[in-house]
Every structure is written in structure tokens, then in C-alpha cells.
Design a protein around this ligand. Structure first.
Ligand code: FAD
Length: 431
């Protein structure tokens, strides 16, 4: 029997042999083309997903990275910060200038400014929006710093405004003040709390960091509430009015008082959110709706490592989370168990000539140990819980950060006496 005869014998007459069609993978639609959205699309391809990937972004710009906005882009040392990703080559259907306005879960569909989009699996990656000072929206000369457009609006202002006022002594406020001083502006930073970085660090750690402002020639006023902002008029500069009745001349005002997850459009859709506005994802980054994941600045997740739900507004979380989301989309399609997302959070900040890094998560009850003298150029702080390292802050000590991060991941018990000795490498402090 020849080959032809064999085939004819097994197939109905007149039909060519076919293999059973493989199930077509569902379309994965990602809302938000920032770091988390882009990385989700890339991770899906890297991990072998062959179905359609549609990436929807409200901004008109080619997707870009945010950290350079408050640093090189602001100072004109870099034109932009577009991601080096070949979307077409990866067969990612990138649709820019498309805002998603509603989610209709029952129909597995989204409404957008460019019409409806159907999804098989949905990933929410809408990031965060900066908080505004009530009553100051739209006042000329008042700026936020979140987007490329914001940074491009601020760049010429830095070159021309003799006096800038920054509202908020957080990470963004400190980085803007750094750039403004470098550009030669007089800078005053107004902070409502009694210290810098009040939401992130305890008073004893924040205290030496407040000194950096004066060393850089920036004025810092803590415990000061802004009562209003007057726009520049008739050649006179604008003014920031403080609650104590005083006023600060301001050629430009930058408001850096925090950010909130950009999830307002999800109201009434069945996607559960917390009081902080975050989509409350589970340990697999799945939301309260089936087939809907959430990642990056818009999502919080339960951390078994820290016994707390974490909302992380930092770059590394928008890089790591997408890998878990992609893996879990593929695992769900294959009927395999999902991966848990429980990272050691990490971020960095570049301020006043210093490289500040933090890994982990600490609480008020954790034991704080100094490594070095905060009056020196470099030092670190470690937090211990039940004898193990849970967080490290490193100023100009990247080795402490790298070794501390590994120690935190391992959960190994450490010797506090060795931890406080900056000459002992952190990796050599285990018991
Ligand atoms: P985003 O970057 O906010 O992206 C979300 C995207 O979704 C946006 O483009 C938005 O337009 C889009 N979107 C929102 N709603 C919709 C909708 N309904 N439809 C369609 N699209 C929508 N972290 C660090 O660790 N170190 C740093 O030094 C550092 N510097 C920073 C400097 C600045 C100026 C800023 C703003 C942030 C910085 N960060 C830093 C934080 C880091 O950049 C963020 O954590 C990260 O960008 C979060 O990525 P994301 O994709 O979750 O959100």
C-alpha cells in the first residue's frame, strides 16, 4: 500500500487530512500603556502566548518610562523616555489615544473613546493620578509632575522662573526640588506634615534627610498648610498663600502631594476596590471578576510575607507584577496552578546628589537599626522583625541594598550587633 492509498483509506473520500484545530487563545486586552501595561504585553510574548494582545493607552505618546521625567527629562538632558519595545515585531496591537470609559463584564467588553473592544482576558494597568490641591486646579503656573506632557511643560519654566514653590516634601517633591536647584531656581518646599517623607519613613530617619534641602540651597518649611495659590498677574509673580497668613512668591508651583490609583472609571463594574482606590487583587493578581487581572500602581495585593495588603507605587512593582500576570494567564489557559505574587518591594530615588534605595516593607513596631552615621555621605537603616531583616534603606550604599534585599527574601535571622556595624557586609550578619 502506498502513502496515497493509506491516506485515502483513513479519510472520507475527497477530503484532505486535517489535524483537529487547536483552541484559539482568547484576546488579552490590557488597559493602560504605562510600564505595567507594556511589561504585561511583553511578558505574554516572552512566555509564549500566541493569541491576540491589545494594548490600550489614553496618552497619545509612544509608551514611555516615568522615572526620567523628574530627572533627566526635566533638565533637558534627555528628550524623552520611550520604551525600547518593538510592538509591531512582537505582534502587540498598540492603540494610543484610546481611553477606556467603561467595563461591561457580562459582555466581556470595554467601551472606549474609539468604540467597544471585546476581551477574553482583561488586564487593568491604569496606574495612578496625582492628587491635586483643592481649588488650585487650572490656576496658571500650577503644575503636576506625572506625565511626559507635565515634564515638557515644566522644562521651560525651570529655565525662566526665578522662584519655584514645591508643595509636598515626598519623593517627587524632593526630586523636583533637586532639578530646580540644578537649573538655578530659588526653591521653597512647603510640607503640611512635621517632616519630609512623613508617609514613608519614621521621624528619626527623615530628620537627616531634611538637612539635604538646606545643603542644596532649598528652603524647607514643614508644618505649613497651603491655603490658596494666586496666579501671576500684571507682571507680578504668583503667590502661594499659607494658612498662617504668610505668602511665598512663586514663578511656578509644583504640587507633589501623592497619587491615587486611576480606577474611578471602574465604579459600579463589579471590580472590588479598597478605600485607597486600588483594585484589591488577590495573591495571583486576579480581581474580584473572573478573567480580569490588575497590576502596577492601580492595584494592591495581599502580602503573606508582610502580613499586610500592599499598594506599591514604584517602578519595580510595575516590572515584576506583569511577569506574574502573564504567567497566570497562561497557567489558567493550560489548567495549571497559578503563581503567587509576593515580592520584596524595591524602589530608588535620586535627590540632592544622593542615591536613595529602599527594599522591603516596615511597620512602626519593627526594630530600627542604624548602619553608619547619618551626618556622613553614606549610611543605611535596617528594620528587623522577629530577628529577621524586613526592610533596608540605603543612602549611597548599593551593596547594603543588594545584600539586604537577598536577606529579606531568605528570611534568615540576623545578628543585630553585626547589622549595626557598617564595616560588616550585610550578607555576613546572619546567625
Ligand atoms: P502608569 O505609569 O501611571 O501608567 C498607566 C497608564 O495608563 C498611563 O499612561 C495612563 O494614561 C493610562 N490610563 C489610565 N487610565 C486609563 C484608561 N481609562 N484608559 C486607557 N488608558 C488609561 N519609581 C521608582 O521606583 N523610582 C523612581 O525614581 C521613580 N521616579 C518617578 C518619577 C515620576 C515623575 C513619576 C510620576 C513616577 C516615578 N516612579 C518612580 C514611579 C513609577 O514610575 C511608577 O510606579 C510606574 O510608572 C507605574 O507604572 P504603571 O504602568 O502602573 O502606571
Amino acid at each position: 500500500m502506498n502513502e496515497q492509498t493509506e491516506q485515502t483509506a483513513e479519510q472520507p473520500h475527497g477530503q484532505t487530512p486535517t489535524t483537529p484545530p487547536a483552541a484559539t487563545p482568547p484576546a488579552v486586552v490590557i488597559v493602560g500603556a504605562g510600564m505595567a501595561g507594556v511589561q504585561t504585553a511583553v511578558a505574554l510574548r516572552e512566555q509564549g502566548f500566541t493569541g491576540p494582545v491589545i494594548l490600550l493607552g489614553a496618552e497619545p505618546h509612544q509608551p514611555y518610562d516615568r522615572p526620567p521625567l523628574s530627572k533627566a527629562v526635566l533638565l533637558g538632558k534627555a528628550e524623552g523616555a520611550a520604551f525600547d519595545v518593538d510592538f509591531a515585531g512582537l505582534d502587540i496591537d498598540l492603540r494610543l489615544g484610546v481611553e477606556v470609559t467603561a467595563l461591561r463584564a457580562a459582555d466581556h467588553a470595554l467601551d472606549t473613546t474609539s468604540g467597544p473592544v471585546a476581551y477574553g482576558v482583561l488586564v487593568l494597568a491604569t496606574g495612578a493620578e496625582p492628587l491635586t490641591l483643592p481649588g488650585t486646579e487650572g490656576v496658571p503656573g500650577v503644575h503636576l509632575l506625572r506625565t511626559l506632557d507635565d515634564a515638557e511643560r515644566l522644562r521651560p519654566v525651570l529655565a525662566t522662573a526665578p522662584e519655584a514653590v514645591v508643595v509636598g516634601a515626598g519623593w517627587i517633591g524632593a526630586e523636583f526640588a533637586t532639578a530646580a536647584r540644578e537649573a538655578g531656581c530659588a526653591v521653597t518646599v512647603v510640607e503640611a506634615a512635621d517632616r519630609v517623607l512623613a508617609g514613608a519613613l519614621p521621624a528619626e530617619v527623615a530628620a537627616p534627610m531634611a538637612d539635604w534641602y538646606a545643603q542644596a540651597g532649598a528652603r524647607l518649611i514643614t508644618g505649613a498648610r497651603v491655603a490658596g495659590i494666586e496666579a501671576a498677574r500684571d507682571g507680578a509673580p504668583g503667590r502661594v498663600l499659607l494658612a498662617d497668613g504668610s505668602a511665598l512668591p512663586a514663578g511656578a508651583v509644583v504640587v507633589g502631594i501623592g497619587a491615587r490609583p486611576a480606577t474611578g472609571w471602574l465604579a459600579g463594574t463589579g471590580v472590588a476596590r479598597g478605600s485607597d482606590g486600588s483594585v484589591t487583587a488577590d495573591a495571583h493578581l486576579l480581581t474580584s471578576l473572573p478573567d480580569v487581572y490588575a497590576v502596577g500602581d492601580c492595584a494592591s495585593f495581599p502580602s503573606a510575607r508582610y502580613g499586610a495588603r500592599l499598594l506599591v507605587h514604584h517602578w519595580d512593582n510595575a516590572l515584576q507584577g506583569p511577569r506574574t500576570v502573564a504567567a497566570n494567564i497562561l497557567a489558567a489557559l493550560a489548567g495549571e496552578p497559578a503563581t503567587v505574587y509576593d515580592p520584596v518591594p524595591y524602589f530608588w530615588s535620586e535627590q540632592f546628589g544622593r542615591f536613595v534605595q529602599y527594599a522591603g516593607h516596615h511597620a512602626g513596631a519593627d526594630t530600627l537599626l542604624w548602619r553608619g552615621d547619618p551626618a556622613d555621605a553614606t549610611w543605611s537603616v535596617c528594620w528587623l522583625r522577629a530577628g529577621a531583616l524586613v526592610a533596608v534603606l540605603a543612602v549611597g550604599r548599593p551593596r547594603d541594598l543588594a545584600q539586604g534585599r537577598k536577606l529579606i527574601e531568605s528570611g534568615a535571622a540576623v545578628d543585630p550587633a553585626k547589622v549595626t556595624d557598617p564595616s560588616v557586609p550585610l550578607k555576613s550578619t546572619t546567625l
